[in-house]
Design a binder for this molecule. Structure first.
Ligand code: FAD
Length: 469
């Protein structure tokens, strides 16, 4: 067995691991980047990018359903070649993966070990062919789809996001089990691509929204597109070539099941028990989310493996923090960014800042706008949804927002940046709002919020700052 000693060993070459590597390299430290499984990152291979490619095609094709409203003829005759759709998604996916590899691991020599690793001791790792002694170790092993054992026994009838982008054609019917972000995005896309889709979730809501108004609106809008069954656990049974899906008094037969009930951390066989610290029920050790350090060990944990904020830019940040601290031999604490979650279903569901369930109703004011009358949304033929902005009643500081609406992805970004800057609703109303843009929906919600907070703009006009003198 080949023996090596490095400053930093990074387990996992996904987004977190690669960002960690960037910091270690910048500090001029020696390192080993160890990746079992396919390189190229979950994001590019089976996550963000192929899912957005599929969503784009589905949205473009779905657009035909509104074309007849304003005299575009022939839209009923548009057809879809599903084989070509999947080939297009796969081509784009391959481009993104090649780009990741080209910018990262392709240029590495013996630093890149393409094998699975496990801990022998907190600073000693082993792969199939090597023993690596590292001053510090970063765990960035990501996560994988959760599929209950009994469902795994149904073989190819139950697919996950690891399989779906590999399909060369789409099934005629699919039950999507789990209507969080992934299930909702893919379920709606499959439906729009002509697959008969039924969605199931044992929870009473979809897409992760907590605000009851947003939940209600999301169910109303999305439930009109394809059937959504909530509030009952699902059981599956093989029937002929297909699967019988049962939940409460619902029972349907489908060709395939898309299992999107959650993800589990990749810690099996990693030997985390050899770190000598307690592990939680998911097998994850306690760590500091500002330093990413595990206890006071020379070990850091970053990205989806810890399950805290399983989205790309957070995996990148956690990798940077872990990489910086591992390289510098420090435990520097970094402020984490305002939470921002976007579900790319149409209309987008977006959640930013403080969560609804964590707000104190006694000190929080809520501004609201329905998208129905918003001019630009009407012009786009997408005037559905609701935007709710939360502010601190006394100071007017923006705390957070939830929404389902057109271009929610952009509105949520604006709000996240404002919350990062500690801006108040009064200050925001003094920003320019072009006409006619979707941001006018945000402006309207802000006016509603402004009326409910104590802190008011001085100087005569709400929207304009009076010059001195
Ligand atoms: C369908 C889908 C859609 C998504 N869409 C979005 C989106 O739109 N926006 C967004 O922000 N996020 C999205 N995400 C989430 C985003 O993709 C993840 O947050 C991000 O990719 C996590 O990166 P990571 O580095 O933690 O893990 P990964 O990229 O999974 O990297 C972990 C690596 O570690 C390797 N590994 C595991 N165990 C070992 C071991 N023992 N030894 C060595 N190597 C090991 C794995 O093989 C893998 O290569 C999506 C995810 C999915 C699944």
């Amino acid at each position: 067995m080949h023996k090596r000693t490095v400053d930093v060993a990074i387990i996992g070459s996904g987004t977190a691991g690669l960002n960690a590597m960037g910091q270690v390299r910048r500090a001029g430290k020696t390192f080993a980047l160890i990746n079992g499984g396919e390189p190229g990152t979950t994001c590019a291979r089976v996550g963000c990018m192929p899912s957005k490619a599929l969503i784009q095609v589905a949205e473009d094709y779905h657009r035909r359903t509104t074309l007849g409203r304003y005299g575009v003829d022939g839209h009923e005759e548009l057809t879809l070649d599903l084989g070509e759709v999947m080939e297009h998604v796969q081509d784009l996916r391959d481009t993104f993966v090649d780009r990741v590899l080209g910018n990262s691991t392709d240029n590495l020599g013996e630093e890149f070990i393409q094998e699975y690793a496990h801990f022998v001791e907190p600073t000693l790792l082993e792969t199939a062919t090597q023993r690596i002694r590292a001053s510090r170790v970063i765990i960035a092993t990501g996560s994988r789809p959760l599929v209950p054992k009994t469902w795994q026994d149904l073989g190819e009838r139950v697919i996950t996001t690891d399989d779906i982008f590999e399909l060369t054609d789409l099934p005629k019917s699919v039950a999507v089990i789990g209507l969080g972000t992934i299930g909702l995005e893919l379920g709606q896309s499959l439906h729009r691509l002509g697959v008969s889709v039924a969605g199931f979730d044992q929870l009473g809501y979809v897409g992760g929204a907590q605000d009851p108004e947003v939940q209600r609106c999301a169910l109303e809008i999305l439930g009109k597109e394809f059937p959504i069954h909530l509030g009952h656990p699902v059981s599956l049974a093989a029937e002929g070539e297909g699967v019988r899906v049962t939940a409460g008094d619902q029972s349907i037969l489908v060709e395939r099941v898309l299992c999107s009930i959650g993800r589990v951390p990749n810690v099996e066989g990693l030997g985390l028990e050899r770190l000598g610290v307690p592990l939680d029920r998911r097998g994850i050790p306690a760590y500091n989310p500002n330093t990413m350090q595990v206890g006071d060990l020379p070990v850091f944990i970053a990205g989806d493996v810890n399950g805290d904020r399983p989205i790309l830019h957070e995996a990148g940040d956690e990798g940077r923090i872990a990489g910086y601290n591992a390289a510098q031999g420090e435990a520097a604490a970094f402020r984490r960014k305002v939470p921002l979650f976007i579900n790319f279903c149409d209309p987008n569901i977006a959640i930013v800042g403080a969560r609804w369930n964590d707000l104190d109703p006694a000190t929080t004011a809520v501004g609201q706008i329905l998208f129905a009358p918003v001019g630009r949304a009407l012009i786009m033929g997408k005037n559905k949804g609701v935007l709710r902005v939360y502010g601190d009643k006394a100071s007017g500081r923006i705390l957070g927002a939830e929404m389902i609406g057109p271009k929610g992805e952009n509105l949520a970004h604006l709000l996240a940046w404002c919350i990062e800057q500690d801006l108040t609703v009064g200050r925001l109303l003094r920003m320019p709002f072009y006409h006619p843009v979707i941001e006018e929906a945000l402006q309207a919600a802000l006016y509603d919020l402004y009326a409910k907070v104590d802190a008011k703009n001085q100087g005569g006009l709400v929207e304009l700052e009076r010059l001195a003198g």
